[in-house]
Design a protein around this ligand. Sequence first.
Ligand SMILES: [Zn+2]
Length: 164
Amino acid sequence: MGILDKLKKFLPKRKEPELKNTVPKEKENIRKIFGMYCNANHETTDNKLCPKCTALLTTVMIKIQRCPYGIGKPICDKCETPCFGENQTKEFREIMQSAQKKMLFSHPLMAVKHKLASLSVDYAKAQHDKNSTEKQKAQEEKVKSRIANAVRSPKSKSKKRRKK
Ligand SMILES: [Zn+2]
């Protein structure tokens, strides 16, 4: 066995593609939304669910676990091939939508955070572009002022005051 082979033993065999597992977070989010929705609409309290919501949530949780898209799955309320069955998908989407609208009023910060999370990728990219153009501009200004200084004759050293 060569040294390289020995080294390979310590290295991860294959680099896994970087995929964020968003499933646990989505499940938590769905549970929270179901609690809010059921408490507001079905006379339940303390995030407990009525039998109907419990049944729907159970179906949703099982289906998420078996999602054919795996951990890189789209969020269920945006999925193009929802697997909860026609009626339950409809109910599920209604619950998610109504709760999200409500969240804007009762938990504006959370709603904003959620929005920001989905925008953060675009934002980071835009910020990066902005920074690099600003740096470029600063660099250009430096060069310009250096040229201006070099060109300036020694006589004109005294600064001219500009009237505002
Ligand atoms: Zn309910």
